[in-house]
Ligand binder design. Structure first.
Ligand code: GLU
Length: 427
C-alpha cells in the first residue's frame, strides 16, 4: 500500500524511501521527538547526481548515472558504501544513507550516513571498463568527498579493488596519497586487517548471541543465506566456524539447497573462479531465491537486496531467527506480520550488519594516525562495539516495550536528534 510522499522529498519518492521514512516516523513517535527536530532529522541533507561516461572495449562510449547522498552532517564526516547495481535509483540511495546514519549513531561512530550508487551491472563490464567507471565516478564526486567530508566504502557490486582505484584517483587529484578518503581498501594501500570479513563476522557474532539467548546450540543450527557476495559468504564461513550447518545459499543466478549441509569450500572455490557467481555450481538441489526464504531453518539471513521479506512471504517464513545482513530486507508491512506471529527473533539490519562500518571506522582512524593495528586488536574492538550496541538495543527494547527494530531505530535516531538539538539551528 502506498503512503503519501514525504514533504519536500519528491526527488527521492520511491517505495524504499517511504519505507525508511515510515521507520523514522514510528521511532520518532515512540521517543516523542520534538516536532521542530523531526523533518530535519529525517530528510537527507544533500545529494549529488553525476553522469559517468565510460569508453567500452568495443570503442563506444556509454554514459551511466550515479549518485551520492549525504544524510546528515551533525556528528562528523558522512560514511557509507557505493553500490554498483542495475536497480540503483536516487530514492534507494537516499534510504540507504538514512539507514547508515542510524547505524553509525547506534554503534557510536562519529559519522553521519551517506550512500552512493551507479545504475550499472558490474558483471557485464570487463575489468578495464569497471576501472574506467570506478575512476570516473570518483573523479565526478571529488568536490563532495574527503577524509573529513564524506568517506565512501564498498557495498553491493563494489570491492577492495574498486576502492583502490577510487583512492588512487582522489590522491592523483590532490597530489599526495590520501588513504583515509575511502575504506575497504586492500591492505597494501592502507586497508585494515579484518575489514573484508567484518560484516559477515559481525552477523555471525550476533547470531551466536541470539541463539545462546534462545538456548539453541550452534551445532544444531541450520542456516539459509540469500546472497553470496562478500557479506553472505563471510557470514557463512564464520557461522560454519561456530559449528552451524549451512543448508542453503543463493545469488542473483539462483540458489542451492541441501538439508544435510552444503560443501561451502566448494561453493567458495566456484565463486572465486566465476567472477563471484554461483551459476553452474553443482553442490545441491536448485532452489529459487524466493523459495530459499521460506525454507525450514534455524536462522534465515537475507544478505542481498532490500524489501525481499514482504507480507506475501512473511506468514510462510520457517526460521526461528531472522538476521538482517542486508540493509532494509523487511518491509514495514512484513514487520507487522512478524510481530503478530511472535515466533521469530529479528536481528535488525542497523545492528546486524554494522560490523562493516565499524571496521571501516577503524580503518579510517588507522589511516589518519598512520598507525596500524593487528588483526586480533581489530576483532577484539569490533566485538566490543557490537556487544555494547546489542546490549543497548536489548535494554531499550525492555524499557520501551517494543520490537527490537524499533528499539534500535529509537536509539540511533535519538542520538542524531540529540546532536542536532545540542548544536542548535544556524543561523
Ligand atoms: N556498505 C556497508 C554498509 O551498508 C559498509 C559501509 C562502510 O563501511 O562505510 O554498512
Amino acid at each position: 500500500m502506498k503512503t503519501p510522499a514525504q514533504p519536500g522529498s519528491s526527488l527521492y519518492d520511491s517505495d524504499v524511501f517511504r519505507m525508511a521514512c515510515r521507520q523514522f516516523d514510528l521511532a520518532a513517535d515512540l521517543i516523542g521527538l520534538d516536532s521542530d527536530l523531526r523533518e530535519r532529522t529525517k530528510l537527507p541533507k544533500r545529494c549529488l547526481t553525476v553522469t559517468i561516461p565510460v569508453k567500452h572495449d568495443d570503442g563506444r562510449v556509454r554514459v551511466y548515472e550515479g549518485y551520492r547522498v549525504q544524510h546528515h552532517l551533525s556528528l562528523g564526516p558522512t560514511k557509507g558504501g557505493i553500490r554498483f547495481h542495475p536497480g540503483v535509483t536516487i530514492g534507494e540511495v537516499a534510504a540507504l544513507a538514512m539507514w547508515m546514519s542510524w547505524k553509525c549513531a547506534l554503534v557510536g561512530l562519529p559519522y553521519g550516513g551517506a550512500k552512493g550508487g551507479v545504475a550499472v551491472d558490474p558483471r557485464a563490464l570487463s575489468p578495464r571498463e569497471l576501472e574506467g567507471l570506478s575512476r570516473r565516478y570518483m573523479q565526478e564526486i571529488i568536490p563532495f568527498v574527503g577524509p573529513s567530508i564524506d568517506v565512501p566504502a564498498p557495498d553491493m557490486g563494489t570491492n577492495e579493488q574498486v576502492m583502490a582505484w577510487m583512492m588512487d584517483t582522489y590522491s592523483n587529484q590532490v597530489g599526495n596519497s590520501v588513504p583515509a578518503v575511502v575504506t575497504g581498501k586492500p591492505l597494501a594501500v592502507g586497508g585494515s586487517e579484518g575489514r573484508r570479513e567484518a560484516t559477515g563476522r559481525g552477523v555471525a557474532h550476533l547470531v551466536k548471541r541470539q541463539l545462546e539467548a534462545l538456548r539453541i546450540p550452534l551445532s544444531e543450527a541450520t542456516i539459509a543465506i540469500q546472497g553470496f557476495g562478500n557479506v553472505g559468504a563471510e557470514a557463512a564461513v564464520a557461522l560454519r566456524g561456530h559449528g552451524a550447518k549451512i543448508i542453503a545459499i543463493s545469488d542473483v543466478s539462483g540458489g542451492f539447497h541441501d538439508p544435510r549441509g552444503l560443501d561451502l569450500d566448494s561453493a567458495l572455490a566456484h565463486a572465486a573462479s566465476h567472477r563471484g557467481g554461483l551459476a553452474g555450481w553443482k553442490g545441491g538441489d536448485a532452489i529459487s531465491n524466493e523459495a530459499l526464504l521460506e525454507l525450514p531453518c534455524t536462522v534465515l539471513i537475507p544478505a542481498a537486496l532490500e524489501r525481499v521479506i514482504t507480507p506475501g512471504n512473511a506468514p510462510r517464513l520457517k526460521c526461528r531467527v531472522l538476521a538482517e545482513a542486508a540493509n532494509g530486507p523487511t518491509t514495514n508491512d512484513a514487520d507487522r506480520v512478524i510481530e503478530a506471529r511472535g515466533d521469530i527473533e529479528v536481528i535488525p539490519d542497523i545492528v546486524c550488519n554494522s560490523g562493516g562500518v565499524i571496521v571501516s571506522y577503524f580503518e579510517w582512524v588507522q589511516d589518519l594516525q598512520s598507525l596500524f593495528w593487528t588483526r586480533a586488536e581489530v576483532l577484539e574492538k569490533l566485538y566490543g562495539l557490537l556487544d555494547r550496541a546489542w546490549e543497548a538495543v536489548e535494554a531499550e527494547r525492555r524499557r520501551l516495550r517494543c520490537p527490537r527494530r524499533l528499539a534500535a531505530l529509537a536509539l540511533g535516531i535519538g542520538r542524531v536528534a540529540e546532536a542536532k538539538a545540542s548544536r542548535g539551528l544556524f543561523p
